[in-house]
Ligand binder design. Structure first.
Ligand SMILES: [Zn+2]
Length: 162
């Protein structure tokens, strides 16, 4: 019997991501779109969550602006990458845990990216999803801040009219 090395879960994800496939955010290829940002954050422990993603990944691999961060977070919701969502959530508003349910995300439409300063920006988007066979729309204006080269999701508000 040949000895089989145990495959670590993070390596399995990398192998899957290496196949060319469309990115959930609408990009043409997951690996070169949001996948490269997700790749460094598989299962951070509590201690590493406290360090900015930019420092853990190197500055090349963290989204360079709030819009790219927003897209990578949408893709993380689609792929149920809770660790990535928590790591990119500002510590002031980050929930202790994240319950990613079985909602099926159908698509992302970016409405507006407003850069207020080098460290503050908002992204307005509509995300479509399905719960129990019924389609819904999430229309949100998300606030992002940048600290130490890392963009973070802070919170969002929900405009009444689409
Ligand atoms: Zn993407």
């Amino acid at each position: 019997m040949a000895w089989q090395p145990a495959i670590r879960p993070e390596l399995e994800v990398k192998v899957m991501a290496a196949k060319p496939n469309p990115c959930p955010c609408g990009g043409s290829d997951y690996t070169t779109c949001c996948g490269r940002y997700h790749a460094g954050v598989f299962a951070p422990d509590a201690e590493s969550l406290m360090k900015p993603l930019a420092i853990r990944l190197g500055r090349q691999t963290t989204p360079a602006n709030a819009l790219v961060m927003m897209r990578s977070r949408y893709s993380a919701y689609v792929l149920k990458l809770g660790a990535y969502l928590l790591a990119t959530w500002h510590p002031d508003t980050r929930p202790a845990t994240l319950d990613l349910n079985d909602d099926k995300w159908l698509g992302l439409e970016i409405k507006k990216h407003i850069v207020e300063s080098s460290s503050h920006a908002t992204v307005e988007f509509v995300a479509r999803y399905k719960i129990a066979g019924r389609a819904h729309r999430l229309h949100e204006i998300s606030r992002f801040v940048q600290e130490n080269g890392q963009w973070y999701y802070v919170n969002g508000n929900f405009p009444q009219h689409l």
